[in-house]
Every structure is written in structure tokens, then in C-alpha cells.
Design a protein around this ligand. Structure first.
Ligand code: NAP
Length: 266
């Protein structure tokens, strides 16, 4: 446990109770923080029951991060200073996820980049006047931003952009005392993840080849978020922290003998 009492967080990206953003929000609350949730209008019916009877929720506000006016209105409705901002948002049109990159049109490419990468810039620039010195911003990325992951398609390019934006933003807002970091999470079953073709096979592969031989949980992501959002990481900025049971360090998987017969083994 850590003491986050008196701290206030803005959390973008709750679509359901499986959302990584929801795990982060509840963990912040368990450690004493108050949370303002931003969600997309079409998920009002899912989010409303989630927040009922939760005194740690200060406000629940609609916000489509691709619409500048909605983001401006969102911040106009907030009061006082915030200590933490969570960006847990990604989207690619199904038409872009279904086909290989050679068939991704400019419109789908732009939509993916706008929601999944540029939205971090839009949120940080609008949030800055509302963030206190020492505030921390985190976003969520995936290995597909630095390596090829079949089925991740155009989203990999958006995550690569997002990770560079973390460095760019960290350098830009650092002098204002604001930190920006990313968590690169291993696969966890959520609404967004279910749009990635072959997701169940990716989970099985992770479990059999990651150094810790297991999948991660949403709580693992929330625990890393607590570190990056709190003063425990007060001199950490511009970084991508992998929470993936070590999978990202694997060059050659350990179970080649099972795949191909005799091999170097574990
Ligand atoms: P999720 O529950 O589906 O959350 C994704 C969120 O992004 C949803 O709330 C979604 O709302 C929101 N979003 C999309 N377009 C938006 C827009 N224009 N304005 C506002 N919100 C918008 O899935 P999740 O897995 O928790 O994803 C959260 C983040 O973690 C994403 O960045 C994802 O890439 C990242 N991540 C996930 C995994 C994983 O395996 N689950 C691994 C690594 C990284 P709509 O559904 O309405 O579009």
C-alpha cells in the first residue's frame, strides 16, 4: 500500500470493468486517490453502473479524445489541480486490422494515429494548466510498437509513434515539473484486445515462452501504474516500462525442441 490520499487522477479509457484503465483507477482509489473518469459516449451504459456507489469517483465525464472541443469542454468542467493523468486509449478501424499494411488506406491510417497516438498530445496540452508541479502522465503501449506482431497491423505503427511522443512530451513538459512515461503491457483480455486477430494464440505463446512462463494480469499493469504515477518514480520520465513477464527480452524462444524436435533447449 502507498498513501495517495489528497491526490487526484484523471483517467481516460474505461470501456468496461475489464479495461486496463479501470484496474488502474481502482488501484489508485485503494491507495487513497480520487479519480475523475473520462469515457466515450457510446459506453455510458457500461460505465454508469461501474461508478455507482464509489465515493472515490469525483466525476464521470464524456470525452471523445479526437474532438478538440470535447477535450476543451472536459477540462472546462474540471476544478482545481490534478496529480495524475492516465491515457489508456487505442483504436484502429476493423478494415485496417483485417488486412495487411499494403491494403491500409490513408483514412484508416490517419484515424488510427489520431486516436491512438495524437490523442496523448491533445490531452497533455489541454491538461497542462490543470496539472500541478510533480504531476505524472502515463500511457499504455505494446511490444507491437517496437517489433512486428502478426495481426497488430497499423496499430504497431501508432504505438511506435506513441512511444516517441512519450519521449518528446517528457522533454517538453519536464521543465514544468510534469513527467510522462509509458507502460508496455503484455497481452490482457479486454474489449480492445479482442479486436486483435489470433489474440488467444498470442496469450498461449506468451505463457509458454516468456521467462516467467505466465501471462500478466490487469493488476500487474495497475501496480506498475501506481509506481509511475506516484512520487516513488519522481525522477523517472520519458521511459517505457515493460510489464510482460519478461517476454520482450526473448530473442529465441526456449521451447524450440517442442516446436522442431531436438534444439538448444531451455
Ligand atoms: P479497452 O478496455 O477496450 O480500452 C480502450 C479504450 O480506448 C476504450 O475505452 C475505448 O473506447 C477508448 N477509445 C477509443 N477511441 C476513443 C476516443 N476517440 N475517445 C476516447 N476514448 C477512446 O482496452 P484496453 O486493453 O484496456 O486498452 C487500453 C490501452 O492499453 C490501449 O492503449 C491498448 O492499446 C493498451 N494495451 C492493451 C493491451 C492488452 O492486451 N489489453 C496490451 C498492451 C497495451 P471505445 O471502445 O469507445 O473506442
Amino acid at each position: 500500500m502507498m498513501d495517495l490520499s489528497g491526490k487526484r487522477a484523471l483517467v481516460f479509457g474505461v470501456a468496461s470493468e475489464d479495461s486496463l484503465a479501470w484496474s488502474i483507477a481502482t488501484s489508485l482509489a485503494q491507495n487513497g486517490a480520487k479519480v475523475t473518469l473520462a469515457y466515450q459516449k457510446r459506453f455510458r451504459s457500461r460505465v454508469t453502473p461501474l461508478v455507482q456507489g464509489k465515493p472515490w469517483i469525483e466525476a464521470t465525464l464524456e470525452c471523445d479524445v479526437t474532438v478538440e472541443d470535447e477535450v476543451k469542454q472536459f477540462f472546462a468542467k474540471t476544478t482545481g489541480k490534478y496529480d495524475m493523468l492516465v491515457h489508456a486509449i487505442a483504436f484502429a478501424p476493423a478494415s485496417a486490422l483485417e488486412k495487411n499494411i499494403l491494403h491500409t488506406n490513408a483514412e484508416d491510417f490517419a484515424a488510427t494515429m489520431n486516436v491512438s497516438a495524437y490523442s496523448l498530445v491533445r490531452l497533455v496540452s489541454n491538461a497542462l494548466p490543470h496539472l500541478g508541479r510533480g504531476a505524472s502522465v502515463i500511457t499504455l503501449t505494446y511490444l507491437g510498437g517496437v517489433k512486428h506482431v502478426p495481426g497488430y497491423r497499423v496499430m504497431g505503427t501508432a504505438k511506435a509513434a506513441l512511444e516517441q511522443l512519450v519521449r518528446e512530451l517528457a522533454a517538453t513538459v519536464g521543465p514544468a515539473g510534469v513527467r510522462v512515461n509509458a507502460i508496455s503491457a503484455g497481452p490482457v483480455k479486454t474489449l480492445a484486445a479482442s479486436g486483435v486477430p489470433g489474440f488467444d494464440k498470442i496469450l498461449a505463446w506468451m505463457e509458454s515462452t516468456s521467462p516467467l512462463r505466465r501471462n500478466i494480469t490487469a493488476q500487474d499493469v495497475a501496480n506498475a501504474a501506481l509506481y509511475l504515477l506516484s512520487d516513488l518514480s519522481s525522477n523517472v520520465t520519458g521511459q517505457t516500462l515493460y510489464v510482460d513477464a519478461g517476454y520482450s527480452i526473448v530473442g529465441v524462444p526456449p521451447n524450440l525442441d517442442r516446436l522442431f524436435g531436438e534444439g538448444p533447449g531451455a
